[in-house]
Design a protein around this ligand. Structure first.
Ligand code: G
Ligand code: G
Ligand code: MN
Ligand code: NA
Length: 252
């Protein structure tokens, strides 16, 4: 209730900010960054996205949040490219609810034009639960965004609902293996299963990102399974743009 009231009345420029998490390839080269939203409320203190995103979705406030994130992340994209090169990909999380809204594809186009970006630089991360509430509008939005050249990523893969079928159906560019799945990997004997899954993704030209890479063991397991890209605390925690520059300069 209180979260909902605060979300409704806040000025996003005052209370929201973005942090960025680098994504690296097998050589440790940064290929992209994921934008993650942080909210500091003078009334509630820090509120995590896990707390407020579901509330925003159930109260119709997700558009206010997503639109601010999309515009702000794109306005930061030039600096990300200056740090990591012109091919750096900016990954943006989108509420599954947002993908049902009619205006979203045009909004993405407006924002890249405003900030002088190419759609190929932008990867839209959809959490896997998105297809649970399937609609024609959602299908049209995904098709339209892909036709425009935006990249598509299926986030939190393995956490619940996603099936291999969805990778094929949505012709995603990327899937992101859920953090919990990556954690289980080191504890179980599931490496052959993961290797087969990754091989299937590669056959479909889908790149695989391992999330939650916070130990060297996880990195080597994922590498052994054929994973293409890596994200996690071992590489870097999510950082404000200013700190990302320092990280880029000081990493060994
Ligand atoms: O960054 P953190 O681990 O607190 O994120 C928790 C969850 O909130 C993640 O699943 C992530 O996808 C989601 N999230 C983080 N930032 C954003 C955002 O900018 N927009 C949306 N819609 N979800 C976000
Ligand atoms: O669901 P999504 O992938 O969007 O969530 C990203 C969130 O996961 C970020 O908020 C980030 O803080 C968290 N995260 C990413 N990597 C790690 C990690 O290595 N360890 C832990 N504990 N959390 C991580
Ligand atoms: Mn994500
Ligand atoms: Na997510």
């Amino acid at each position: 209730r209180q979260i909902q009231d605060e979300l409704r009345s806040l000025d996003p420029d005052e209370q929201f900010h973005l942090v960025y998490m680098p994504i690296v390839d097998t050589d440790g080269r940064v290929t992209g960054c994921e934008a993650l939203l942080r909210w500091y409320s003078p009334v509630l203190g820090n509120v995590t996205p896990d707390e407020f995103v579901p509330i925003a979705e159930s109260s119709g406030l997700f558009t206010k949040i997503d639109w601010w994130v999309i515009n702000q992340a794109m306005s930061d994209c030039r600096q990300l490219k200056a740090l990591f090169g012109p091919d750096t990909i900016l990954a943006i999380n989108i509420s599954s609810a947002e993908l049902h809204s009619k205006a979203i594809a045009d909004y993405f186009s407006d924002c890249i034009n405003r900030h002088g970006l190419q759609p190929q630089s932008i990867e839209i991360e959809l959490t896997e639960t998105f297809a649970v509430k399937f609609s024609d509008q959602l299908r049209r939005n995904i098709d339209e965004l892909r036709q425009k050249g935006f990249r598509l990523s299926i986030d939190d893969f393995g956490a619940g609902y996603t099936s291999v079928q969805q990778i094929i159906e949505y012709t995603a560019d990327t899937i992101k293996l859920d953090r919990a799945l990556v954690s289980n990997l080191t504890a179980s004997q599931s490496l052959p299963v993961l290797r087969a899954l990754i091989a299937l993704c590669h056959a479909k030209d889908v790149a695989v990102v391992g999330e939650g890479v916070d130990t060297p063991e996880k990195l080597s397991m994922l590498t052994a399974a054929g994973c293409d890209l890596f994200q996690g605390y071992l590489i870097s925690k999510p950082l404000p743009l200013e700190d990302l520059g320092i990280w880029a300069l000081t990493r060994t």
